[in-house]
Design a protein around this ligand. Structure first.
Ligand SMILES: [Zn+2]
Length: 108
């Protein structure tokens, strides 16, 4: 398995958030985590930025989708977040379905 092949799958983008990533900054995510029996091969690996990979951790893709979707609910409980909203330091967040980059883009 070649890191470059994984990087090229999505033309240098994080397969989850779609952010353009430098080759050296790419982390290799296992779609099915190895801790859950996922294989360490090209089919089960996907390029990921450090933030997405760190937050996905040992989650499956569906668990990660749910985690990202629920961040808004977690933020609602944070007073500094609510204060930032009230003073318009941040925009109202959208509650929309999470569609990962790899679901919008064809693998190369
Ligand atoms: Zn990402």
């Amino acid at each position: 398995m070649n890191r470059r092949d994984i990087y090229n799958k999505y033309d240098g983008h994080c397969a989850y958030c779609g952010k353009k990533i430098e080759y050296d900054d790419m982390t290799v995510d296992h779609i099915i985590p190895q801790s859950k029996g996922g294989k360490d091969n090209l089919e089960n690996t996907i390029p990921s930025c450090q933030l997405c990979n760190n937050q996905k951790g040992n989650r499956s893709v569906e668990e990660f989708r749910e985690f990202v979707a629920n961040i808004v609910d977690v933020l609602d409980e944070n007073k500094q977040y609510r204060l930032a909203l009230r003073y318009k330091k941040i925009a109202v967040v959208k509650r929309s379905p999470i569609v990962f980059y790899f679901e919008q883009t064809k693998e190369k």
